[in-house]
Design a protein around this ligand. Structure first.
Ligand code: ATP
Ligand code: LTN
Length: 336
């Protein structure tokens, strides 16, 4: 049982979808921050596999992505003893509360979500009901654990505001039931951009594989992707306007080495973009090397993985069932 859960620390909830392979953007913008939060908070993390099927997934690849995501998070330092870390579909209370919350969420509210608008444009052949009600499931994830704080990237802020509105609405009708969660948006690495189009965020579902770097990419692939990164016609390694590609590479270098943009600019004075791209590639390879080593051990240790996700799901069910029972009682259901 995670030792932190139960102590009087603030509760953190966050999740990432296994909708592809985890990228450097997910790592710098989300995962790495989660790991740092584990000592100060009661952390609850999940692989959001229910959310992932709002976009069509190939069954074989999907299964592998779920397992890889679980093992990779452990390899990055998510500690199942300190924190509660489970696979969303293993805990049935999430889908159940999501249904109830759907009935307290308005069509108009969901229609205003920019993620829904973006994704329904991108997947115009599959604008399914799940894509539309995605935020109610996300609200269920968070509210089931009475989370105080939710670390997410800027792109998820709107969903969190909706979660707060749903919780306040429910509390308003039935009396205090849900804790109202606060967003926590880290500034470092909070938006890693595409290596091919620096006006777009690096996204694991980008069809252009050169746009993203996966944490599990081979060193030579990482180097190749950085060498191909789109820059500009200038030659000075320095943050500047109209230099989106270089700004992004400086941001990545800074996040990985903890050096400031000024220190990086000074270090590369007189050197060209080529040298700088190689240096960023090398720094990222060094950052992910120990993670990849731990991942390879874990993914080959099936028994440990299965035991860890089963135990975690059991514990998550116990905690979340308390909230679900409370909700059902308030709504007027006959509890068994
Ligand atoms: P998809 O392409 O399937 O939409 P994604 O790569 O954008 O996926 P999500 O699963 O939506 O990633 O997000 C997981 C977490 O990683 C969120 O907290 C999100 O804000 C963060 N994140 C995603 N992309 C980036 C990025 N480029 N820079 C920083 N953080 C990111
Ligand atoms: N939609 C989130 C993933 C997610 C999540 C959550 C994040 C699902 N449930 C609950 C925070 C809290 C995303 O990052 N794309």
């Amino acid at each position: 049982m995670p030792e932190n859960v139960g102590e009087k620390k603030k509760v953190i909830f966050s999740a990432i979808q296994p909708s592809g392979t985890i990228t450097l953007g997910n790592y710098l913008g989300a995962l790495r921050n989660w790991v740092k939060l584990q000592d100060d908070y009661n952390c609850i993390f999940a692989v959001a596999d229910l959310h992932a099927i709002t976009v069509r997934q190939d069954p074989k690849a999907f299964k592998q992505n779920i397992l890889n995501a679980y093992a990779l998070f452990l390899a990055c330092g998510v500690d199942p003893v300190k924190s509660l870390f489970f696979i969303q579909s293993h805990v049935h209370t999430h889908a159940e509360l999501a249904w109830i919350l759907n009935c307290y969420t308005q069509f108009g509210e969901l229609s205003r979500m920019t993620q829904f608008k973006d994704k329904s444009q991108k997947h115009s052949d599959n604008v399914n009901a799940g894509l539309f009600t995605y935020p109610s499931l996300m609200a269920a994830d968070i509210l089931l654990y009475q989370a105080d704080v939710v670390p997410v990237g800027v792109d998820q802020k709107q969903h969190l505001e909706l979660t707060r509105n749903i919780a306040e609405r429910f509390n308003g009708i039935y009396g205090n039931t849900f804790k109202i969660p606060e967003p926590y948006i880290s500034t470092v690495g909070s938006k890693v951009m595409s290596l091919q189009d620096p006006t777009k965020k690096m996204s694991k579902s980008d069809e252009n594989v050169n746009a993203w770097v996966a944490i599990l990419d081979k060193p030579e692939t990482i180097m190749k992707k950085f060498k191909r990164a789109v820059t500009d016609s200038d030659t000075v390694v320095k943050v500047g306007e109209g230099k989106g590609g270089i700004n992004n590479l400086i941001g990545i270098m800074s996040a990985v080495t903890s050096k400031t943009a000024e220190q990086i600019a000074a270090e590369f004075e007189g050197k060209g973009y080529g040298d700088f791209k190689t240096a960023v590639g090398e720094a990222v390879i060094e950052e992910v090397r120990p993670i990849q080593e731990r991942f390879n051990d874990l993914i080959n240790n099936k028994d440990y993985l299965v035991e860890t996700y089963r135990k975690s799901a059991e514990f998550a069910l116990k905690i979340s069932q308390r909230t679900l029972d409370k909700v059902m009682k308030k709504v007027g259901y006959v509890l068994k």
